[in-house]
Design a binder for this molecule. Sequence first.
Ligand code: G
Ligand code: G
Ligand code: MN
Length: 402
Amino acid sequence: MPGVNNLIVLVVEDDDFQRLTLVQMLRVLGVQEVLEAGDGQQALALLSSLSPLISVVICDLEMPNMDGMELLRHAGQAQNPASVIISSSKDQALLDSVGVMARAYGINLLGVIKKPATLKNLGSLLDRHVPLKRKDVDALKFTLSEVLQGVSDKQFEPFFQPKLDSKTEKLLGAEVLARWYHPEHGLVYPYAFIPQLEKDDHIVGLTMLLLLEKAAAACRTWRERGLDLTVSVNISLASLNDTSIADQITDVVRLAGLDPRHMILEITETMIMQEVGPALENLARLRMRGFGLSVDDYGTGYSGLQQLMRVPFTELKIDQGFVTDCSTNAASRTVVESSIAMARRLGLKTVAEGVEGQAEWDILKAAGCDMVQGYFIAKPMDNLMFLNFWAANNANGNSHGK
Ligand code: G
Ligand code: G
Ligand code: MN
């Protein structure tokens, strides 16, 4: 279990026996250090004095003094970086509801365990924390003004992660992921700067002025060389509150010489329905201009299908949290397969992100998923590397170059 041994985990549980059991299971799983609290108050004290050292909190719901819901509210409001696993014996509907609440408070929820926990479900939820560790470390390094300085110094560049046809293995396009070439720290990942920008609505400037333009220009040059590729860009929902944004996006892309039909805008599912009116106005306008619209991180949010269907989406991207372990976790596989079936009936193209092995790819292919993206195919890379990737993919008769 890679990474688990670096974790510091806090167990919040009022029942001594259950707490001890959890602590022992965590030790068996190889967790480096386990801290204990008997109620929300003790937990909050530990969290505020030891943040950001505590990586994961395993939290019971019913406890004396301060219950789990209140603890999660305080932790969320304090923007504590720890990830959370909720553990309770309550029924599933109640647990799901508290899960939605936790996310609404800004908690990074790894999942919910119905007691008693097993080594297997505890281990697989802890595993989900691993990709976020970078976030906890990096996100604290830069202030908003440092990030904005980097933006105005044009230190941000698009990286490209290939999207392949899952059956033919042909390269179809790439998702743009922002990278910061920091003069001292080298290559910095989005976890370290996107949250700051998002909170202050500055993301508009980064996405629009820099990355959108660079992404469109790159895609134009690919197409000029005869490569029939699309480019996908992540759009923050915050930017869709401004009703002029569809026009601004269209202008930037057209000025860079790209037809909007060759660009897909990815919108994170968790954020889809904040300000309904302006967001829908922008999305309808973008769709009319020819942009593809993709539901990003599908399965992590809590927007119901009805909400999802209000937006004229063209593509659905299944979150990596389900894709990565779909060959070993039956629940993940169910989510993956039913999402693909649903998307198909809704007339949406499907993309699986976070494909890390052949076994997962095979499952996706069999389930009818249209496209695959993930480390097994390639990590995000700069434009030059991306062109090399295209050449290798093309030369190998679309063998993905492993
Ligand atoms: O590589 P990865 O660590 O690149 O990206 C982490 C997260 O940051 C992803 O969920 C991705 O959607 C987000 N992200 C990356 N680049 C951009 C960007 O240009 N704009 C926005 N809004 N989000 C981005
Ligand atoms: O916004 P979105 O979730 O689409 O961003 C994709 C994120 O997933 C990026 O941070 C990217 O670097 C990361 N990523 C892409 N492929 C894989 C993969 O195979 N495994 C993991 N763990 N992360 C991946
Ligand atoms: Mn994305």
